[in-house]
Design a binder for this molecule. Structure first.
Ligand code: UT7
Length: 329
């Protein structure tokens, strides 16, 4: 029997209209365009504005584009997984809300929280349901409204993050293309360096902890940077070695867009030239679970069937990992 692989058969992305430039941020906190560009590579980011709008609304925009492009009927979808750390509500899950809004009446759905690795964790999870033969159409979403948890008085974090969403459709493939391998890792000890401290069961929201700004993203940039550079590069090299790939064999690296310097270090370690690396951090900043599907969406027209692609991410948890896939269309 031919082995069933899970293949990405469509991709779409969405970023909200409103743009926050480095110059805009320099009016809010003590920063400047030169510092942000040289330390992170970011020039602007998109911000979701509008009362009552949340992460699901961006995901829905991306999914509607995907349905249109692929000619998919929402009722054909079996499962929706949404990687996010900025769920619409603590419960129900954002994926539940999305399934209602897009009319995926026959899907079950859940969120997966792995911070910046949310998309590759969700993709690997979704792929299992295709590979077993159980399901035929799985939507994997990576979406975050980071502006809802970023402290715009903290210059060390507010310059990095933006809002955005991306989605892929996973379907069975029998021609050898699709997801080939993944290596996923986590180390919860990293939580001391990158965490949203209040709003969960340990510190439910109170007037006091909100005044102490504990409901916002807390990040110690340097330890996170060091762990990201080492682990994203190591896991990317590991998946190449495990699959007998050299830099020449890899067509594209799709790195999580946290910092241009982390991306460059990963590409160097993999022996890749810069034209094989997808980089859109300058336009969108770090959209957490959104970065990788947004890259795939922006580069879709340049991808060819059979291309060897490595997805790689590092984020809060700590969580990190890499996925090796062969592009299927
Ligand atoms: O995606 C999830 C995982 N997250 C990441 O991967 C993020 C990893 N960390 C980073 O990308 C970097 O650590 C940052 C971009 C957050 C910070 O860059 P850095 O090169 O590590 O800067 P730093 O924290 O070492 O700060 C250097 C200096 C400090 O000033 P002093 O102490 O040298 O006087 C900071 O106060 O830069 C200052 N600084 C700023 N200056 C202007 C920090 N933020 C800013 C700012 N504008 N926005």
């Amino acid at each position: 029997m031919t082995e069933i692989k899970a293949a990405i058969t469509g991709v779409a992305g969405y970023v909200p209209e409103d743009v926050l430039t480095n110059a805009d941020l320099a009016k809010i906190v003590d920063t400047n365009d030169e510092w942000i560009r040289s330390r992170t590579g970011i020039e602007k980011r998109h911000i979701l504005k509008g009362e009552g709008l949340g992460t699901s609304d961006m995901a829905v925009k991306a999914i509607e584009k995907l349905f249109q492009k692929t000619g998919t009927n929402p009722e054909e979808i079996d499962l929706i997984i949404c990687g996010t750390v900025t769920s619409d509500y603590n419960f129900p899950s954002t994926a539940n809300v999305i399934s209602d809004k897009v009319g995926a009446k026959n899907a079950w759905s859940f969120d997966l929280n792995a911070a910046c690795s949310g998309f590759i964790y969700s993709l690997t999870t979704g792929a299992q349901f295709i590979e077993t033969g159980k399901y035929k159409k799985v939507l994997v979403v990576g979406a975050d409204k980071m502006s809802s948890i970023v402290d715009y008085t903290d210059r060390t974090t507010c310059v990095i993050f933006g809002d955005g969403a991306g989605v892929v459709l996973l379907e069975p493939s029998e021609d050898g293309n699709g997801i080939q391998d993944s290596i996923l890792k986590s180390d919860g000890a990293g939580r001391k360096h990158l965490i949203q401290r209040a709003g969960g069961s340990v510190l439910p929201l109170t007037k006091e902890n909100i005044e102490d700004r504990l409901h916002y993203v807390y990040q110690e940039g340097q330890p996170v940077f060091k762990a990201a550079v080492t682990n994203m590069a190591d896991v990317s090299a590991e998946i190449m070695e495990k699959n007998g790939l050299t830099g020449d064999d890899v067509n594209w690296l799709v790195p999580h867009q946290a910092n241009l310097r982390i991306i460059d270090a990963t590409a160097r370690r993999m022996g890749l030239t810069s034209e094989k690396v997808m980089i859109n951090i300058q336009r969108y900043g770090n959209t957490t679970a959104g970065t990788i599907p947004l890259c795939l969406s922006d580069w879709e027209s340049q991808l060819k069937k059979g291309d060897n692609i490595i997805l790689s991410a590092f984020g809060g948890g700590f969580t990190w990992g890499a996925v090796y896939l062969k592009w299927a269309y």
